[in-house]
Design a binder for this molecule. Structure first.
Ligand code: R5P
Length: 309
């Protein structure tokens, strides 16, 4: 692994440090700083010529700052002549803007893909994209990881008696089905309708949830409205208790407070996005080993997909 160098942006340093520890490496030396006017500047403080370089930066809030920092860092790195440059985005921001669902709107997930490639990325490593087809926005290789093995292991240890995995909307069925299969649980779907970007109204529950422990599986939590509304509906339909899991805890606005006050028994998240001082109801699992192992396999040119068999 000597010719593999791992750099980190400022978006999630604790995760980068854990990944580096998993790989028995120090993070690469880089100075990312702001001028007084807010502009970002980057200085790579070590020789990377001919190396296999990874830069870790989730584009989580403040999304525009973190994205710009990543782009500028990629530019600095690529101008220092690495053999290959991989952008590691544990969380890919703007992923929900992945299609023209109404006239005259952008496809920002595609714009971000173009920007990453223009800035110098030769390859992308990411996790639980909001829509897996975002991989197709790139003409460079994309390795797409799933946090599922980490979350499923945690759920298994809870020894649920009669669990049902719940997709909080129709788009989440594939992910929920994968969880249900691995946990030998049944599957239900909440038929979610969105009245506005931040307001959700639940309409129906499809599937049997009565007298079962319901586990809602989602890729991300933003305002928390989807989960809270789904939890209330599932309890009204007879679920004994409701848990929620998500890979990316975006936690916009007062989401943490609202989740804490909600009837959810526990909210299980991962550390793709950093958070501190969370209430005990929110359990953080780390995906550092998964990301570290994927980096190792990319570097050693062995299979990444076999991580998920
Ligand atoms: C929607 O398709 C996503 O999977 C999430 O359910 C949604 O983005 C969560 O947003 P919020 O927490 O604001 O309801």
């Amino acid at each position: 692994m000597d010719s593999c160098l791992i750099f980190s942006g400022n978006a999630n340093l604790p995760l980068s440090e854990k990944i580096a520890k998993y790989l028995n490496k120090e993070l690469g030396k880089i100075n990312i700083y702001r001028f007084k006017d807010g502009e970002i500047c980057v200085k790579v403080e070590e020789n990377i010529r001919g190396k296999d370089v990874f830069i870790i930066q989730p584009t989580c809030p403040p999304v525009n700052e973190n994205l710009m920092e990543l782009l500028i860092t990629l530019d600095a790195l690529r101008r220092a002549s690495p053999r290959r440059l991989t952008a590691v985005l544990p969380y890919y921001g703007y992923a929900r803007q992945d299609r023209k669902d109404q006239p005259r709107v952008p496809i920002t997930a595609k714009l971000v893909a173009n920007l990453l490639v223009s800035a110098g990325a030769d390859r992308i490593l990411t996790m639980d994209l909001h829509a897996p087809q975002i991989q197709g926005f790139f003409d460079i290789p994309v390795d797409h990881l799933f946090a599922a093995p980490v979350i499923i292991e945690y759920l298994r240890n809870k020894n649920f008696k009669n669990p049902v995995i719940v997709a909080p909307d129709v788009g989440g069925v594939k992910m929920a089905r994968a969880f249900a299969k691995r946990l030998s649980a049944s599957l239900a779907i909440v038929d979610k309708r969105r009245e506005s970007p931040d307001k959700v109204e639940v309409v129906h529950v499809i599937g049997e949830v009565k007298n079962r422990e319901a586990i809602i599986v989602d890729d991300l939590i933003s305002t928390g409205s989807t989960l809270i509304q789904a939890a209330e509906t599932l309890l009204q339909h007879g679920a004994t208790e409701v848990y929620a899991t998500c890979t990316h805890p975006v936690f916009a606005g007062d989401a943490v407070e609202r989740l804490n006050k909600s009837p959810l028994k526990e909210v299980i998240i991962t550390d793709t996005i950093p958070h501190t001082n969370l209430p005990s109801k929110i359990k953080i699992l780390t995906v550092s080993a998964l990301l570290g192992e994927a980096i190792k396999r990319i570097h050693l040119e062995t299979s990444v997909s076999s991580l998920f068999i």
